[in-house]
Structures are given as structure tokens and as C-alpha cells.
Design a protein around this ligand. Structure first.
Ligand code: HEC
Ligand code: HEC
Length: 203
């Protein structure tokens, strides 16, 4: 319960910071209905369960049910090419800020009806490694800037953690916490992916 309160107040803080930041932009709040039309081409990959990316080979991440704020940040990072991945960079290149807001609202709303769990059982490794503070012990983060890891494809989580470690994926926060061994990466990815969440492919 104490942990839950801490997570809730962290989440409230971040929301406040976000509202402040968004006051400076003219982008209207995401419109999920408009996003559905705009996301049509994305479904060729994100709308197929277990769809596999080639070179390197790992599954295309589940984005339905992911935090809207994180989705916006991810798409902006591909568009500005600060996040690598040529296919996603190409897909994001021509999206306007409004397109990104609308598509993110659509994806976020398409999650499963998983209602959440109050039991933070297990997850010793995520607590020990400090991941739990941001992503939640089981990977169901409650803070909109921290992606949900629970229920994400295991091989995608491995890929992401390897990229933070190698520096191919740049992020100040994750760069600092990703000095993990291969065995730790494997254990963390297996733990988070095995937990239920709202994440699913876009149905
Ligand atoms: C050809 C397949 C393909 C298409 C089409 C595609 N994606 Fe992706 N998407 C991927 C792959 C592969 C990744 C993981 C890339 C990486 O490792 O960074 C990804 C990652 C993402 C992420 C980051 C998820 C996370 O957890 O960080 C978002 C958001 C996303 N895609 C949204 C979109 C949107 C919106 C479109 C359409 C405009 C789209 N994608 C089209 C394959 C695709
Ligand atoms: C201080 C908060 C914080 C901590 C601690 C933290 N993370 Fe993160 N994590 C983030 C943020 C913020 C992002 C999004 C970064 C980005 O945009 O690339 C992220 C992204 C990720 C991703 C990529 C998810 C995706 O959908 O692409 C993985 C995997 C991940 N974290 C795993 C971990 C693991 C494992 C640990 C513990 C070793 C950890 N994180 C610790 C904040 C944190």
C-alpha cells in the first residue's frame, strides 16, 4: 500500500509537469477516432500478433494499452531520429504533432480490459535492480512517461535492454540503469513479459 501511494504521488507529479509543458504547444489533445484512420498503415506490423521484425529478429512491440504519453515520446524520438530503427523512422517521418497525438490516443485506448493488480508479489529482481521504482515491481508502471513492460514480448525487452546498454538507444534515465549482464537482462525480460497488463497487439 505504501509503495502504491509512492507510485501514485510520483505519477501525480509527472502529470503536473506534463500539463505545464503542454501549455506551450498548440497541439490539441489526441483524438482516438482520427487516430484510427491515421494508424491504418501501422497495423501491417502492430496489428499482427507475434509479428517478427527482421535483422535483427525480435517481435514488433505491443503498443495497444501502452501509456499515451510514452507513445508520443517514442514516435517523436523516431521522427527526430534520436531513436534508431530505420523502418520506424520512415513510418514516423511524415507524422505531424497532431498525427502523433491522435495515433497515440488511439493505441492507448485499444488495450485489453486488464484491471490491474494490487499484489506486487515476486519481482525480486526488478526491485533489486531498481527497475520497480519506475516501472512497478511487476512492470505495470502507473507513471505515463515510464512504459509498461508487463506483458510486452520477451525478445523485444531483451533487444531494448541490449540497445540501452550498447548506447544504440539513447536515454539518460535508462542508460544509467542498464549496466546489466546478459543473464540479468534475460531474467528481467522473462519476469516482466510473464506478467499480465493492458498491452496487446492492436486489434
Ligand atoms: C514494418 C513494420 C512496422 C510498421 C509498418 C510500423 N512499425 Fe512501429 N515498430 C516496429 C518495430 C520493429 C518496432 C521496434 C523498433 C525498435 O526496436 O526501436 C516498432 C516500434 C514502435 C513504437 C515504440 C514502442 C515501444 O514500446 O517503445 C511505436 C510507438 C510504434 N512502433 C508506432 C508505430 C506507428 C504509429 C506506426 C504507423 C505510423 C508504426 N509503428 C508502423 C515495426 C513497425
Ligand atoms: C528512473 C526511472 C526508471 C528506472 C529506474 C528504470 N527505467 Fe526503464 N524506462 C524509463 C523510461 C523513462 C523509459 C523510456 C526511455 C526511452 O524513451 O527510450 C524506459 C524504458 C525502458 C524499456 C523500453 C521499453 C519499450 O517499450 O521500448 C525497458 C525494456 C526498460 N525501461 C527496462 C528497465 C529495467 C529492466 C530497469 C531496471 C534495470 C529499468 N528499466 C529502470 C524509466 C526507468
Amino acid at each position: 500500500m505504501k509503495l502504491l501511494m509512492q507510485r501514485l504521488s510520483l505519477s501525480a507529479l509527472c502529470t503536473a509537469a506534463l500539463l505545464f509543458a503542454s501549455g506551450q504547444s498548440a497541439v490539441a489533445a489526441g483524438d482516438a477516432a482520427a487516430g484510427e484512420t491515421k494508424a491504418y498503415t501501422c497495423l501491417g506490423c502492430h496489428g499482427v500478433e507475434h509479428y517478427v521484425n527482421t535483422y535483427p529478429t525480435y517481435k514488433v512491440p505491443r503498443v495497444a494499452g501502452q501509456h499515451e504519453t510514452y507513445l508520443v515520446a517514442a514516435l517523436q524520438a523516431y521522427r527526430s531520429k534520436t531513436r534508431s530503427h530505420p523502418t520506424m523512422q520512415a513510418n514516423a517521418a511524415n507524422l505531424s504533432d497532431q498525427d502523433i497525438a491522435d495515433i497515440s490516443a488511439y493505441f492507448a485506448a485499444k488495450g485489453s480490459d486488464y484491471a490491474g493488480s494490487d499484489s506486487a508479489d515476486g519481482g525480486a529482481i526488478s526491485t533489486e535492480k531498481g527497475c520497480a521504482a519506475c516501472h512497478g515491481p511487476d512492470g505495470n508502471s502507473t507513471t505515463p512517461t515510464f512504459p509498461i513492460l508487463a506483458g510486452q514480448y520477451e525478445d523485444y525487452l531483451v533487444q531494448a535492454l541490449q540497445q540501452y546498454r550498447s548506447g544504440e538507444r539513447q536515454n539518460a534515465i535508462m542508460g544509467a540503469s542498464a549496466k546489466l549482464t546478459d543473464a540479468e537482462i534475460a531474467e528481467l525480460a522473462a519476469w516482466f513479459s510473464s506478467n499480465e497488463s493492458k498491452l496487446q497487439y492492436v486489434k
